[in-house]
Design a binder for this molecule. Structure first.
Ligand SMILES: [Zn+2]
Ligand SMILES: [Zn+2]
Length: 296
């Protein structure tokens, strides 16, 4: 097993079997990203913390064009991605797929060429459309995928799938069955509690079960380094744990403030990032979802 120089990634390689084919590609990288090869002509541009990229972008290089999964946050980062693709592969971006509507994954879309296909789930497309002026190029998706969209281009098979509600009600993943690589967007985060503010905690873990049923070798999160099924299962278990704990406390009549002051996460969750920023939103979301089920 090769150990690669990136410290975080070396830790991941040491803990996974399938992800050991991943390596940073020193030829490639915009100012705000580090690129890693995931297979032949298959890359992820990993956003650096605090940079303009904001979130990861998947890159599939085809014989005459490029498919990109998620647009980065800022237009400058998307333009830098396009320049990098032209410089190294001399191919234009023709397909842009959104994992969901959040701006850190879609804000860069105006930095892509204006004749491309933009793919999103109908719910994500509706939200993006709602804030578009009538003639703004690249603002609205050109194609929506409610369930499944299969493409074969350049001898490669792609599946763009909605596996259920989770991080939002409009999540899509990109599944490359031959390479067994899955780009998950924010459906999955590693060693982090995630943002649940627009989420569906009761359904999210089942959606992640469907990710695991595909038996991916590599799972690329919307933020952070590529990982594998074990980390996806760990995140699924955390969603079940937190949802169950909050629902039980709410059933006993505890307020959000009481739940937050008494809730103790056990290891390994207690070490996960994002607690200060997102825990209150996540707890409130579980309670909102519970209330909507009760009133139905
Ligand atoms: Zn998101
Ligand atoms: Zn995100």
């Amino acid at each position: 097993m090769r150990i690669f120089p990136l410290a975080l990634f070396a830790a991941c390689v040491a803990c996974t079997g399938g992800a050991d084919a991943i390596k940073p590609d020193p030829r490639l990288g915009e100012p705000d990203t580090t690129w890693q090869a995931l297979g032949d002509d298959l890359y992820v541009a990993i956003a650096r913390a605090g940079g303009k990229a904001g979130s990861n972008a998947g890159v599939v290089v085809l014989p005459s064009e490029v498919l990109v999964f998620d647009a980065h946050f800022k237009v400058e980062a998307a333009e830098a991605l396009g320049r990098e693709l032209q410089k190294h592969f001399n191919r234009p971006v023709r397909w842009l797929v959104f994992s969901h509507h959040h701006v850190d994954h879609t804000g860069g879309r105006f930095g892509f060429p204006h004749d491309i296909e933009i793919v999103a789930h109908p719910n994500a497309a509706a939200r993006l459309k709602a804030v578009c002026g009538a003639s703004t190029k690249n603002c609205q998706p050109t194609r929506t995928v409610p369930n499944r969209f299969m493409l074969v281009m350049g001898g490669r098979e792609f599946q763009i799938l909605h596996l259920g509600r989770g991080h939002t009600d409009g999540d899509l993943v990109l599944w490359m069955p031959k390479e067994r690589v899955l780009f998950a967007g924010d459906l999955f985060v590693r060693d982090h509690i995630g943002y649940w503010g627009d989420g569906f905690p009761r359904e999210w873990s089942k959606t992640l079960d469907r990710v695991l049923e595909l038996e991916p070798r590599v799972v690329v999160p919307g933020h952070g380094v590529p990982s594998d099924s074990r980390d996806v299962a760990r995140f699924r278990d955390f969603i079940q744990f937190l949802t169950g704990a909050v629902e039980r406390a709410a059933a006993q009549g505890q307020t959000v403030e009481q739940i937050l002051s008494t809730l103790k996460l056990p290891p390994p969750y207690s070490f996960w990032r994002g607690q200060e920023m997102f825990m209150e939103r996540n707890v409130r979301r579980v309670i909102t979802e519970r209330s909507s089920h009760k009133s139905n």
